[in-house]
Design a protein around this ligand. Structure first.
Ligand SMILES: [Mg+2]
Length: 379
């Protein structure tokens, strides 16, 4: 099987409401959809979300990397359906960089997922065949973003009403303790509450806040310090009892090795676009297990149904992710790209996907409607 065509379409889908955290504030999702065509005419779709504050990528670097590196590496190459992920790891390996882009991971994710979707469809198979599920369903987390104390408390009540029991709160430099106290009061004692500082703190600030948060039973703290500050993270881990999760600090395989070597972390936040696609994410999960670490399956704000579907299969395949995020669909986006919604249901429940390819039907006219550019290649 050969890839004979590839289309790159950057999209801008407006958010339902403005999404804020300490590293970024935006009104629309910047995501990029890649479509590949196989020689038998089958199409497949993939998605990547280039985030300058995570991998250093932008929409422009993604487009350039796909155009100049990934498409030439794939076109007219024989793709073997039986060893699909290993085959793609050879043809389009993850690539790191010393420049402003740390890793071209969202570019690789978009292309890898598109080829996987196409090849599976061409063989009348689904991603569940490649990644057999080991769980019957998934429990997704709700997220509480920035806002005044009254609005975060209101948001906590909303999440309780829809039965969510895993809640992540974005925190920053100000009023973290009051914020968590107000939210914990609304949630009651049973909800699993965790925080994400998005690299906001120094070691001393983080230690102080996490100690002050002890009465509120915070299950984990994500990315407390500046990314890739391995020794500081290791020091913080010695000073606090709250489990620490690496997010922006876990982009490449080398990051994973540093985190382990420094004994700096308790869990990995594995996100498909951030970490380079399905193959590299499976390797990160295996590496975490091997070293006695846990993981959560995370998502990028603004993902469409394409990456929600891949995340669903991936998390169901692992079966033991501590937390699962994503599948927000039209809770965040004014419209999603799929015919049927992938949004999680009551109590955050996500059912398994069974259809061909990624298990999601993309509405081509809707994709065109939100596209802000288009680049096409053919063999
Ligand atoms: Mg995070």
């Amino acid at each position: 099987m050969k890839v004979v065509g590839l289309t790159i379409q950057p999209l801008r889908i407006p958010f339902v409401e403005r999404f804020q955290h300490s590293l970024k504030d935006r009104a629309a999702s910047d995501t990029v959809v890649v479509r590949v065509q196989l020689e038998d005419g089958t199409y497949g779709y993939g998605e990547g979300l280039p985030r300058p504050y995570v991998t250093g990528e932008t929409v422009e670097t993604l487009v350039t990397h796909v155009s100049e590196q990934l498409w030439p590496a794939l076109v007219d190459q024989k793709i073997f359906g039986d060893e699909l992920l290993a085959n793609l790891s050879e043809l389009i390996p993850t690539s790191t960089d010393d420049g402003p882009v740390r890793a071209h991971n969202s570019a690789r994710c978009a292309v890898e997922v598109a080829v996987v979707d196409a090849v599976l469809r061409s063989r009348a198979m689904g991603l569940h065949d490649l990644l057999p599920p080991t769980a019957d369903s998934l429990t997704y987390s709700g997220v509480i973003t920035a806002g005044d104390l009254e609005s975060v408390a209101r948001r906590a009540r909303q999440l309780m009403r829809v039965g969510l029991s895993h809640i992540k709160v974005k925190v920053g430099l100000e009023d973290t303790v009051e914020r968590i106290a107000a939210i914990r009061k609304e949630l009651g004692p049973d909800s699993v509450l965790r925080i994400d500082a998005n690299a906001a703190w120094t070691v001393d600030q983080a230690a102080e806040v996490l100690q002050a948060l002890e009465p509120y039973n915070v299950a984990s703290c994500e990315e407390p310090l500046a990314p890739q500050s391995w020794s500081d993270l290791a020091e913080l881990r010695q000073r606090v009892s709250t489990p620490l999760i690496a997010d922006e600090s876990l982009v490449t395989a080398s990051d994973a090795q540093q985190l382990v070597a420094h004994e700096a972390i308790d869990l990995f936040n594995i996100r498909l676009s951030k970490c380079g696609g399905i193959g590299p994410c499976l390797e990160l999960a295996a590496y975490a297990r091997e070293h006695g670490l846990g993981y959560q399956v995370g998502a990028h704000v603004g993902e469409t149904a394409l990456l929600s579907a891949v995340g669903r299969h991936f998390a169901a395949h692992l079966g033991d992710a501590r937390f699962v995020e994503g599948s927000y669909g039209t809770l965040l986006l004014t419209e999603d790209l799929s015919r049927t919604s992938l949004r999680f249901g009551h109590q955050g429940k996500g059912t398994l996907l069974k259809g061909p390819g990624l298990g999601v039907d993309i509405l081509e006219e809707r994709l065109e409607g939100y596209a802000v550019g288009r680049l096409e290649f053919s063999a």
